[in-house]
Design a protein around this ligand. Structure first.
Ligand code: KG4
Ligand code: ZN
Length: 329
């Protein structure tokens, strides 16, 4: 049984977790949302400084709650990127120091690989191959997972990530940050058919585009300042769910696979969950969403990805660098 300590600091959550195989022994997250809220978004320098302040406490709590001592920890997994460089450096420096002091192997993890592995925390029996729809604040892509660590990006967004579109629409409507949960709350009871919004047609079948959708929302708000915000949010959510469901359907037809996982912060969205779940029932697919608390950034998913990398004998040298951008494949 492989037991891994995970560390994640790529954006605005300081997170540490201990995972044994696919079982979460502890997961601690210190969210900075309240600090960034007054700026309407994440301020990179502030995020890095907050990680420095929180990391030791979060680490101590995660170890204590797991009931594990250093003897039980086989490896330390950490997000090397993509994300905010100053923020990532905090977690990576902590991980490297711990690896050195406690003589444990370091395992570098790609943040998006971490999101994919959050699905294994919901369904420990899951094994590749499957298709993953990755929908976060920074990324929107369809990935074919052929085997552990073998990724093929089928398509991605041409402009805004879907979470970014939620955040921008929320800002336009004065709903606050982060936008996803705020838009979801406002959409409750709204009419999803009230506004016909563009679906961002692009030439590549698996790619998406969300900037036109965001602009259409901005124009509507300008033209009809007294429109019903619940209807607009519901229509926006509905359009996003339709766009993504259509790409998933195409990807499963193209690959011949029958398992799809949806991961990343936007996988917490209720309407998206309902849309893909009902499509899955109709088409006979196995559909997996991460548990709600592992949809947005956390360290359990990083540790879980680390378990597989460690099992394959992949160890990251202590002089490894960090990166702000890089696709999975
Ligand atoms: O995966 P994540 O925590 O961070 C990144 O790796 O980017 O995703 C954060 C994104 C934000 O854009 C946030 O607005 C969105 O996920 N989000 C949601 C919901 N909860 C979080 N979007 C729609 N509905 C939600 N319930
Ligand atoms: Zn993320």
């Amino acid at each position: 049984m492989v037991c891994v300590l995970g560390i994640e600091t790529s954006c605005d959550e300081t997170a540490c977790a201990v995972v044994e195989e696919r079982t979460v022994l502890s997961s601690v997250i210190a969210s900075q949302i309240e600090i960034h809220q007054r700026f309407g978004g994440v301020v990179p320098e502030v995020a890095a400084r907050e990680h420095v302040l929180s990391i030791n406490t979060v680490l101590e709590q995660a170890l204590a709650q797991s009931g594990c001592g250093w003897r039980e920890i086989d490896a330390i997994a950490v997000t090397l990127g993509p994300g905010l460089i100053g923020a990532i450096l905090t977690g990576v420096t902590a991980a490297k120091t711990l690896a050195l002091v406690h003589a444990k192997p370091l395992v570098g993890v790609h943040h998006l690989e971490g999101h994919i592995y959050s699905a294994f925390l919901a369904e420990p029996s899951l094994e590749p191959p499957f298709v993953c729809l990755l929908v976060s604040g920074g990324h929107t892509s369809l990935v074919q997972v052929a085997a552990h660590g073998a990724y093929k990006t089928l398509g991605q967004t041409r402009d805004d990530a879907v979470g970014e579109a939620f955040d921008k629409v929320a800002r336009l409507m004065g709903l606050g940050y982060p936008g996803g949960p705020a838009v979801q709350k406002m959409a409750q009871g709204g009419d999803p058919q009230r506004f016909l919004l563009p679906r961002g047609t692009v030439s590549e079948p698996f790619d998406t585009s969300f900037s036109g959708l965001k602009t259409a929302v901005a124009r509507l708000l300008q033209k009809q300042p007294d429109l019903n915000p619940a209807d607009l949010c519901a229509s926006f959510e509905w359009t996003v769910a339709e766009i993504l469901a259509q790409r998933v359907q195409l990807a499963l037809e193209h690959t011949g696979l029958d398992t799809v996982i949806v991961a990343g912060g936007v996988s917490a969205n209720r309407r998206l969950r309902e849309r893909i779940t009902s499509l899955g029932i109709k088409e006979g697919w196995r559909v997996i969403f991460p548990p709600m608390r592992f949809c947005t950034d956390n360290a359990a998913m990083i540790a879980c990805a680390g378990v597989e990398r460690f099992r394959r004998g992949e160890v990251t040298p202590l002089d490894a660098g960090v990166f702000s951008r890089a696709s999975l494949s």
